[in-house]
Ligand binder design. Structure first.
Ligand SMILES: Cc1cc2nc3c(=O)[nH]c(=O)nc-3n(C[C@H](O)[C@H](O)[C@H](O)COP(=O)(O)OP(=O)(O)OC[C@H]3O[C@@H](n4cnc5c(N)ncnc54)[C@H](O)[C@@H]3O)c2cc1C
Length: 383
């Protein structure tokens, strides 16, 4: 029986552990630096059909339907005039059992965690050293705890310490010059928005998205991305983003960007800087990276979690079938998504009124063009 060690119990680590758990040739353990997994946070996540299909292989379709939502369309709005530009029928990519889904991130994590045996996740294990000894990989946690494995999967997120350790600190994520603003808002404060749809508002150097996260129709998720310069000192001070003063400063900046009706009724606001990957690291034999540790995208295509799941699935098949093709295939998909994410970000944040005018015309055309949609979205949503 081969030992698989996974570093990090996020979406990617938990999902790949679920796949290995079903295969008797492998024994799997996840090493997580925190002492528990936080299941309280209520923020939302969007999952496209490519990841829903893979999640269904481990029973996601049995999750209670009240805990998830299947939006029909994406409605595009211009912030300035609060005017709807067009809509895109996202449900066209759905099939009977596989639908574009929004839900609370914590519901997804809970589902993935609850399917594992209690002792699979070893909490309070902060990775500190990775070394190879013949065919074994020796891991050191918290100064002294030693574990060995046959294959190491690094899935410890965008600031991956595992990746730093195997690359001698060479590959680091970079600040994307934007702050993400998360919050929730009661549906009753969203008078004019279509309840069954994702609403995407585009403005100068800022866009935000509002969508339901379950079927109770009471609270919707808010996620905004604001262009924001930060100094090196500010970036080093992670506590800054939790400070009341900083959050109030961001709210002040948003005064003329979001209608007062929405801004005044946002709850549980949290801000954090968006970091993205610039390059790829190809680790040595029997070591793999997945999720944000492999590559973190700008969040304008809502694919990070879906790709964490897809990457986990590909890696599992690669290891179980001894193929050694994971890296090459993954990099092709990651490049496609990264380019689309950057293009979306650019188009969502345009300022010049003339360019905005033409963007809106192009958007109206493209969102109804089947050829474009099957290439721009369909290629990503199929696997
Ligand atoms: C603003 C924003 C909005 C987004 N919205 C969406 C969306 O709608 N849809 C979507 O698909 N994606 C979205 N994403 C992306 C998505 O959230 C991530 O891609 C995904 O969560 C990555 O999962 P992961 O498992 O790779 O990493 P993480 O979720 O970051 O998990 C990493 C785990 O590793 C642990 N860890 C860290 N360091 C160590 C260590 N030294 N030792 C041991 N354990 C460690 C951490 O505690 C954590 O549990 C969004 C991202 C942002 C920034």
């Amino acid at each position: 029986m081969k030992k698989i060690a996974i570093i990090g119990a996020g979406i990617s680590g938990l999902f790949v552990a679920n796949l290995f758990k079903e295969n008797l040739d492998y024994q799997v353990a996840i090493y997580e630096k925190n002492t528990s997994i936080n299941l309280d946070e209520g923020y939302g996540i969007q999952l496209s059909t490519n990841s829903i299909k893979l999640l269904n292989t481990i029973g996601f379709n049995t999750l209670e339907s009240k805990d998830r939502f299947n939006p029909e369309k994406i409605d595009f709005y211009e912030i300035k005039h609060e005017k709807k530009i067009c809509d895109l029928n996202i449900s066209e990519f759905n099939s009977e059992n596989c639908k574009y889904t929004t839900l609370k991130r914590s519901k997804l994590v809970e589902f993935l965690k609850d399917r594992l045996e209690d002792n699979t996740i070893k909490y309070d294990h902060n990775i500190e050293n990775i070394e190879k000894n013949n065919n074994k990989i020796i891991l050191t946690f918290n100064n002294s705890i030693k574990e060995s494995c046959d294959h190491l999967i690094i899935s410890d997120g965008v600031f991956s310490k595992g990746k730093s350790l195997i690359s001698n600190n060479e590959i680091k994520p970079t600040y994307n010059n934007s702050i993400a603003i998360r919050g929730s808002i009661s549906r009753k404060n969203l008078n004019n928005l279509k309840e069954k749809n994702i609403s995407l508002f585009m403005g100068s150097n800022f866009h935000y998205v509002i969508y339901p996260i379950n079927n109770d129709n009471e609270v919707s998720n808010f996620i905004g991305v604001l262009k924001y310069k930060l100094t090196a000192n500010e970036l080093d001070n992670y506590g800054l983003f939790k400070e009341e003063g900083f959050i109030q400063g961001i709210k002040d900046k948003l005064q003329n960007k979001i209608s007062a009706n929405i801004l005044d009724n946002l709850n549980d606001i949290k801000c954090f800087p968006v970091f993205i990957s610039k390059g790829y690291l190809k680790p040595g034999t029997n070591i793999s990276l997945i999720g944000d540790a492999f590559f973190a995208f700008p969040p304008s295509f809502a694919q990070g979690a879906s790709q964490s799941i897809e990457g986990g699935y590909e890696l599992f098949n690669d290891i179980a079938n001894n193929k050694n093709e994971f890296y090459n295939n993954r990099i092709v998909k990651v490049r496609m998504i990264n380019n689309r994410s950057k293009l979306n970000h650019f188009a969502f944040h345009l300022s010049n009124p003339i360019i905005v005018f033409f963007r809106n015309i192009i958007l109206k055309f493209l969102t109804k063009n089947k050829f474009f949609l099957s290439s721009y979205l369909g290629k990503i949503y199929k696997n």
